[in-house]
Write a protein that binds this ligand. Structure first.
Ligand SMILES: C=C1C[C@]23C[C@H]1CC[C@H]2[C@@]12CCC[C@@](C)(C(=O)O1)[C@H]2[C@@H]3C(=O)O
Ligand SMILES: O=C(O)CCC(=O)C(=O)O
Ligand SMILES: [Fe+2]
Length: 349
């Protein structure tokens, strides 16, 4: 078997090829040809050149959210009501999980086509090189996996993760209302998940814990390759360690500074579709460092699995044309897993 084939097989099987703790030099399979150091990041001190902060408790949040989603596709939400202690507990439990021995984490490996469990980030299969990261995904209770990881001692992990999802989901419902009203939503048939009449119409959520271990050669490695999220939007808690960067046309990569208690809100592809192209789904990536083990938690807000997502009627009337045809989340994620860059184009009218 040649080395490339071996790499692809490993990636496809979602088996982490190495134990990040015992690697003195970066293996070739982790060396990217376009590295963060070749497309460096702007360390801006001008506040107009970084994604804005929005106080979402403020009555004028609507218009600030609209401006941020149109110009950037990302903002940092403050005054969102989730206590800092819940983020800290979630990060603590995530560190406890990722510090387990590799063989133990492999017991709960995500299936190649699955969403939950431990392994490489799903988009790994779309890139020839490996990323310097590992992740653990869940939706609802993680007890099935957690009881395999810690047969005696999983109650706290489950309790924290469940509580975190409940609070984040409530916040997502508040944020989607702000976003849709900022787009002038009038026809609720358009968005059943927004004000659901029954449980099956309700939006879905997915929580992913991300771990970026200390890297021996961060300039040549990639924590998470450039991508847009498929979600309606994603709430990201990045702890206290830098790493997240967003791409701004004409400027390049920009650091999204972690600020205690602030939550990064990334517009995803499905919200771009709903807004008939007004809101931008932001291209982002994660760079790694050689001193600190970074943990982030990403909470994806998604329409119900079978719901057709399409541009809002009101916007289509105004624009005289829908930019995208209706698509279910399932269909969209399947298309995207074949080719990340072509998914949006493939549903464009
Ligand atoms: C709920 C989601 C959103 C997914 C797919 C599915 C489960 C895992 C999510 C992520 C998380 C990491 C980046 C991403 C690009 C990936 O590879 O897996 C995301 C992807 C998407 O936004 O497309
Ligand atoms: O770790 C981060 O800051 C970003 C993670 C991310 O983009 C994702 O999980 O989709
Ligand atoms: Fe992302």
């Amino acid at each position: 078997m040649n080395p490339t084939m071996k790499l692809q097989t490993q990636t496809f099987n979602n088996v982490l090829p190495l134990d990040f703790n015992n690697v003195p030099t970066l293996p070739d399979s982790y060396v990217w040809s376009t590295t963060p150091s070749e497309s460096p990041c702007l360390h801006s001190i001008d506040e107009k050149q970084v994604p804005p902060f929005v106080d979402i408790g403020d009555p004028i949040a609507f218009s600030l959210v609209r401006d941020a989603c149109e110009k950037w596709g990302v903002f940092q939400a403050i005054n969102h009501g989730i206590p800092l202690s819940l983020f800290q507990e979630t990060e603590f439990e995530a560190r406890r999980l990722f510090s387990l021995p590799t063989e133990q984490k492999q017991l709960v490996a995500r299936l190649p086509e699955g969403f939950t469990g431990y392994g490489l980030v799903r988009i790994s299969r779309n890139f020839p090189k490996l990323m310097w990261s590992e992740c653990f995904g869940m939706t609802g209770s993680p007890v099935e996996h957690a009881s395999q990881l810690w047969p005696q001692d999983h109650a706290k992990f489950c309790e924290v993760m469940e509580q975190f999802q409940v609070e984040m989901k409530t916040l997502c419902e508040k944020l989607v209302a702000i976003m849709l009203r900022s787009l002038g939503l009038t026809n609720e048939q358009d968005t059943k998940w927004f004000e659901p009449k029954n449980e099956s119409d309700r939006a879905k959520c997915f929580l992913q814990l991300n771990s970026y271990p200390v890297c021996p050669d961060p300039d040549r490695a990639m924590g998470l390759a450039p991508h847009t999220d498929s979600s309606l939007f994603t709430l990201l808690y990045q702890g206290g360690i830098n790493g997240l960067q967003v791409y701004d046309d004409g400027v390049g990569w920009i650091d999204v500074q972690p600020v205690e208690g602030a939550l990064v809100v990334n517009v995803g592809d499905l919200m771009h579709i709903v807004s008939n192209g007004r809101f931008k789904s932001v291209l982002h990536r994660v760079v790694v460092n050689n001193t600190r083990h970074r943990i982030s938690t990403a909470f994806f807000y998604l329409p119900p699995w079978d719901a057709k997502v399409s541009p809002l009627t009101k916007l289509v009337e105004f624009d005289h044309f829908p930019m995208y045809r209706p698509v279910t989340w399932k269909e969209y994620v399947e298309t995207k897993s074949k080719d990340l860059s072509k998914a949006l184009d493939s549903i464009r009218i």
